[in-house]
Design a protein around this ligand. Structure first.
Ligand code: NAP
Length: 249
């Protein structure tokens, strides 16, 4: 059995580790990060050339199942995976960690896009901790506030005029996040609803300090796609599928 994992997340790496070597696993990375942490099993890097390219790849490499374990905000590849899997008649499972849920004491402002997040900053203070990643910063480029932008690789222009970049990669600690908010006198935090524990301590630190958080909510999983929430659940589904012998039609 050959499983393609569309990756780029901690969960995707964990799933590859759970499946390899019991089934043949190929993990696919977009190639955005300069030095990615590589999963076990085979790895391919770079786009497929849209849904049609991905459908062709599935056929050429005799893929029996696709797991879309990409980041909840990687909307295009998830859409392409749904189309390609349908075209190639290959079963598709989405692996999505659950989103974050506010707790008592949180001051969260939910928005639907980075552009809406930029607008939501009105009146929330001058010093912004922006943790939405290096892509899409153009949405904030005209903002007057000072930004601390934390990302794995350096962001591309345009960025806000008053920007300091902090290159770092999670997991982050609560003590570290407390210290960061204090040292930079942060007034407001902007985050995507990435879910998971690796980057959650910033939310606790913000709650403790009474700092408002602008939360960009995630796009929906493509319609009709079955979802698992943990690598273990996804691995069990894949291995059960193999045991039942339901391979390619
Ligand atoms: P995207 O907008 O959904 O995808 C854009 C294009 O990149 C896709 O059409 C596809 O190109 C290619 N691509 C994306 N993921 C791929 C993968 N795993 N393997 C091969 N090609 C892939 O994606 P994105 O938001 O730029 O994210 C890129 C990658 O970074 C994803 O794999 C995601 O898991 C990871 N990531 C994203 C975020 C985020 O906030 N968006 C955060 C952490 C990690 P073709 O059409 O040519 O196939």
């Amino acid at each position: 059995m050959h499983v393609l994992i569309l990756g780029g997340t901690t969960e995707a790496r964990a799933l590859a580790g759970l499946l390899h070597p019991r089934v043949r696993v190929t993990s696919s990375l977009a190639g955005r990060v300069a030095r990615p942490r590589l999963p076990e099993g085979e790895v391919r890097i770079g786009g497929f050339g849209g849904a049609d390219g991905l459908a062709a790849w599935l056929g050429e490499h005799a893929v029996d199942a696709v797991i879309d374990a990409t980041h909840p905000f990687a909307e295009r590849i998830s859409f392409n995976a749904a189309r390609a899997a349908a075209t190639a008649h290959v079963p598709l499972l989405a692996l999505r960690r659950p989103g974050w849920v506010p707790e008592e004491g949180d001051d969260w402002r939910d928005v639907g896009s980075l552009a809406a997040a930029a607008t939501a900053l009105d009146g929330l203070g001058d010093r912004v901790f922006l943790t939405t990643g290096r892509m899409g910063l153009a949405a904030f480029a005209d903002r007057p506030e000072w930004f601390l932008v934390r990302s794995v690789d350096a962001p591309e222009a345009p960025v806000p005029a008053r920007t300091e970049v902090l290159l770092d990669r999670g997991p982050f600690t609560l003590d570290g996040e407390r210290e960061l908010l204090r040292r930079h006198r942060i007034d407001v935090l902007v985050t995507k609803d990435s879910g998971g524990t690796a980057t959650a301590p910033k939310l606790t630190a913000a709650r403790e300090s009474g700092i408002p958080v602008v939360v960009v909510r995630r796009p929906p999983v493509p319609e009709g796609v079955r979802t698992a929430t943990t690598p273990e659940e996804a691995a069990a589904l894949v291995l059960g599928y193999r045991v039942l012998g339901r391979v390619r039609p």
